[in-house]
Design a protein around this ligand. Structure first.
Ligand code: ADP
Length: 268
């Protein structure tokens, strides 16, 4: 992967501009800095290696050199009323690209893509506001293409997998990136539609099953004793929040934030 080969692979995609790095701290950080400067809508930062890749809550996201896809897309259009749906749009775009390889992905709410119940990819959406207005959304995506991208087991909170392991042979990274971006741009006008929520819901991992939602921030700071909710995963609200039926039979809505979803062994 290099800047020329990437630009060639992406000629048909209507990007603002592209910045490529052999190695970088975090593509999201670079994209946020570029957005604060003069980045055009649909510009992309892509790196062959991330040394400080981030998940939510500043958890580490691993992108060893030459093994995965790590990129951040800068959106400057007026996504504001739909910001909470952006992660769903990004997740469905990765799912579309996987379908081209005959793979049916599941989305572990809110931000992970699973294959065979293992984490293949993660999404991190960050936004920049100027007063009441959303100036920019940066959508970071990290995808395990080669098996070398998968971190050692002891560093994982959830099992992980790569495309190479699933397909027997990893796909061409630039081609795969092309397919994700093409799907994303095709889906962008769908952002406010009921159809987006429906498709997202259909792909939710553990739907109909008992899951546990852990409020990581509260658990860390011990601010509350109500830091986990257990219930049956029902579906999504129109803003992309998660709908559960709790053990006591109540409907519970879980908003985006510093929560993690885990399957829970018992049945309801
Ligand atoms: P979750 O949604 O599972 O709570 P995050 O979305 O915050 O977690 O992602 C960060 C976590 O993902 C890390 O703590 C680590 O366990 C895991 N992780 C880091 N790099 C990778 C990778 N390349 N593939 C799969 N999982 C990873």
């Amino acid at each position: 992967m290099n800047e020329n080969s990437l630009k060639k692979a992406l000629t048909k995609i209507n990007l603002g501009a592209l910045r490529y790095f052999d190695s970088i701290g975090s593509t999201n950080d670079e994209a946020l800095a570029w957005a604060a400067d003069d980045a055009k809508d649909l510009s992309i930062v892509i790196a062959d290696e991330q040394t400080q890749g981030r998940g939510r809550l500043n958890r580490k996201w691993f992108t060893p050199k030459g093994s995965g896809l790590a990129f951040s897309l800068i959106l400057r259009t007026t996504l504001r009323p739909h910001l909470s749906r952006t992660v769903g749009l990004a997740a469905l775009s990765i799912a579309d690209a996987l379908l081209k390889h005959g793979l049916s992905a599941q989305i572990k709410w809110p931000n992970d893509i699973l294959l065979n119940e293992r984490k293949l990819a993660g999404i991190l959406v960050e936004s920049v506001w100027s007063g009441e207005d959303m100036d920019t959304a940066v959508i970071g995506m990290g995808i395990n293409v080669m098996k070398e991208a998968v971190p050692p087991f002891h560093l994982l909170q959830f099992p992980a997998i790569s495309l190479g392991e699933v397909l027997g042979k990893p796909p061409d990274r630039e081609r795969f990136l092309h397919d994700i971006l093409a799907a994303f741009i095709t889906r962008l006008p769908q952002i406010g539609s009921d159809e987006l929520i429906k498709e997202w819901e259909e792909k939710l991992a553990f739907r109909g099953q008992r899951v546990q939602i852990i409020n990581e921030l509260e658990q860390k700071t011990k601010q509350s004793t109500m830091n986990t909710v257990t219930g049956k995963l029902l579906g999504l609200e129109p803003d992309g929040s998660l709908r559960l039926r709790s053990e006591h039979g109540n409907l519970v809505t879980v908003h985006f934030g510093d929560v993690s979803l885990r399957p829970s062994a018992d049945t309801i």
